[in-house]
Design a protein around this ligand. Structure first.
Ligand code: F6R
Length: 263
């Protein structure tokens, strides 16, 4: 696991995007992205859009798969993840909407929609770069505490903490949907590279558990300790409860030339 500590959220976005661009370069324009919603990846996606606009990143034939979607919110609803991905990923990065996928939380048969989503990921050969945020309870995607570490895309019930955290996007907590479709931890672990970004003190405890705690379903993001190519980019606030801060900083400062990011 590579841990990069940045001074602020803007820098987190720049570093995460530079890391993704480095991974994407040898893959070429058909790279398959896994994308998250929420506040965490906003700067990263804005920076990726800037790299596309400047010609430094070619996503002209890229596909994207969102991590999750609320159940029962129609596609055009401002808080539907279909809509948020359109605004933060598809349009700014100039992706072909036909290649951007979000689980269908409005399907009559939700289980069939989950299987169709897994099949669609398999059909493109799997995800090359999975972007992740982390919940303050340690979730990734909407894999809430006690999620199976080998789970696949399925229906989940949001934890009380997630309802509380996401209430800021709705008029009231009662409007936050209780259920979602989410890629499973096993689905996420199949991605060839993962980049998790987190900022702010509210994430500090979860980040310490994910990086330095035991691998446990109580902090689902801790499964990333088993991933061979996981990068975690955090600001100093989200890093505050890590015990090896000096080591992570020294490692990044002393990367060999060929591993250094161009930021
Ligand atoms: C969103 C997702 C969630 C969020 C997490 C953090 O698609 O899968 O895991 O990444 O809840 O949310 P923010 O970034 O809003 O703090």
């Amino acid at each position: 696991m590579e841990v990069i500590i940045c001074p602020n959220a803007q820098r987190v976005g720049e570093v995460a995007a530079a890391k993704a661009a480095r991974i994407a370069a040898p893959i070429g324009p058909k790279v398959v992205l896994g994308v998250a919603t929420g506040s965490s990846p906003v700067q990263t996606f804005a920076e990726l859009a800037r790299l596309v606009a400047s010609g430094d990143l070619d996503l002209s034939e890229a596909s994207a798969f969102a991590l999750d979607e609320y159940v029962g919110i129609p596609e055009g609803h401002p808080q539907s993840y279909h809509e948020i991905i359109r605004q933060t990923v598809t349009e700014p990065m100039g992706l072909d909407p036909a290649r951007v996928h979000v689980p269908d939380g409005f399907a009559d048969d939700l289980q069939a929609a989950c299987q169709a989503y897994e099949d669609a990921i398999t059909a493109v050969g799997g995800v090359d770069i999975q972007f992740l945020g982390a919940g303050s309870n340690g979730h990734i995607g909407f894999n809430e505490p006690t999620s199976s570490l080998s789970s696949r895309t399925r229906i989940k019930t949001l934890a009380a903490k997630t309802l509380e955290d996401n209430a800021r996007f709705f008029d009231s907590i009662d409007d936050v949907p209780r259920h979602c479709l989410t890629q499973g931890l096993g689905t996420i672990m199949d991605a060839r590279n993962v980049i998790l970004v987190a900022t702010g003190t509210g994430k500090a405890h979860a980040i310490a558990q994910i990086i330095e705690g035991p691998i446990t379903a109580m902090y689902p993001g801790s499964v990333l300790q088993l991933h061979p190519h996981a990068t975690i980019v955090v600001d100093s606030e989200a890093a505050a409860e890590l015990s090896l801060i000096d080591y992570y900083k020294a490692t990044y400062a002393n990367l060999p030339e060929w591993q250094r990011l161009d930021v």
